[in-house]
Design a protein around this ligand. Structure first.
Ligand code: 3IO
Length: 334
């Protein structure tokens, strides 16, 4: 009998005892626009796992890659309105909306995603530009330096004349100034445009060769390092404000670390993507010849002046901001 009572008592305790899996107090949705294997989604999964671990299961993150909750073009407004708690945006998709942080779309010559990402986060954290006042910014990071992935070899600026190349924001401006025909659209729409023959190439980072399988049709790679694409991970303000102080602390402390983690992941992944593309599709990777690169650099100088004029019109101390970006680049990019 006592054995039976013990068994009943143990069962009762086992049923009543809270299991860690049932302890999540907050569930947050996190929307992303590109497919799950791409770097913005890889960093999303890493961030979600870190938050779940560091809050001891208090917070549960539901991730939605591949535009399943919000797409590239309604991410910003969707998060502000609360259709998702968290979302990942590429700043280049909304020209004019980020007068300060669009400095990271300018051709300042970053050579790694790590240096650019750490710099972007530091500038944001220090200056807290009011263009992001309607959201809580959780982290920022950039793509790797952008290069030309094309159906034909590009060895001079003449080869680019009138060529339809997909890009966005600052990268589209680069193409325009170099005499190409920029076709602006989010990365998530590029596969269809390529398949329909609307574009002959893409100006973005080399991770896309593998993650979008672009290496199959874009065999000629030209290293130009023109610009990077800056990103921001944003959170609905009401959703953030509703969190307990200990959870807010976990999120706040992850910002800088996540920026660096993502940059390092992407720089390594770009190398892997190039090797994979060489082995699988026999792609060719060439540098833009030095004389042509110098010509391009010359043609792009007006771009930074254009950014300054627009930023100043919005009350931003553009010379200060630019000088700080260049100092950050000197500190982190070598
Ligand atoms: C990018 C965007 C989504 C998925 C993978 C990516 N690799 C580089 C980018 C940069 C970008 O925003 C773009 O539109 O090329």
């Amino acid at each position: 009998l006592s054995l039976m009572l013990t068994a009943i008592a143990l069962t009762a305790i086992a049923c009543w005892w809270p299991t860690p899996a049932a302890a999540a107090e907050v569930s947050l949705s996190y929307a992303n626009f590109p497919p799950a294997p791409t770097f913005p989604c890889i960093q999303m999964e890493r961030w979600a796992k870190e938050v779940e671990t560091r809050t001891a299961g208090k917070v549960d993150i539901q991730t939605y890659p591949g535009s399943t909750l919000l797409g590239a073009k309604n991410m910003w407004s969707g998060v502000i309105q609360g259709q998702a708690d968290i979302g990942c945006i590429s700043l280049a998709y909304q020209p004019g909306v980020f007068p300060m942080m669009s400095v990271f779309e300018q051709p300042v010559g970053f050579t790694s995603a790590t240096a650019a990402s750490v710099s972007q986060w530091e500038l944001y954290a220090k200056r807290q530009p009011k263009e992001f006042a309607r959201v809580k910014v959780l982290t920022m990071f950039t793509s790797a330096p952008s290069n030309i992935m094309c159906k034909k070899p590009i060895s001079s600026l003449d080869d680019l004349k009138g060529l339809e190349i997909r890009a966005s924001g600052g990268a589209s401006k680069v193409l325009e100034l170099l005499g190409a025909t920029p076709v602006s659209m989010p990365a998530s729409e590029a596969p269809e445009a390529l398949q329909k023959g609307l574009i002959k190439g893409i100006l973005s980072s080399f991770d896309m060769l593998k993650d979008f399988n672009f290496a199959e049709h874009l065999k000629y790679q030209t290293v130009t390092n023109f610009v990077v694409y800056p990103f921001a991970v944003i959170m609905n303000l009401d959703s953030y404000n509703a969190l307990s102080p200990d959870v807010k602390k976990v999120l706040d402390e992850l910002g800088a670390e996540q920026a660096e983690w993502t940059g390092k992941y992407l720089d390594a992944h770009v190398r892997e993507s190039i090797e994979w593309s060489k082995n699988k599709y026999g792609i060719e990777v060439a540098q833009l010849p030095a004389a042509e690169a110098a010509k391009a650099k010359q043609k792009l100088t007006v771009m930074i002046d254009g950014w300054k004029t627009k930023a100043e019109a919005k009350g931003i101390a553009a010379d200060d901001v630019l000088a700080e970006v260049l100092a950050l680049k000197a500190k982190y990019d070598h």
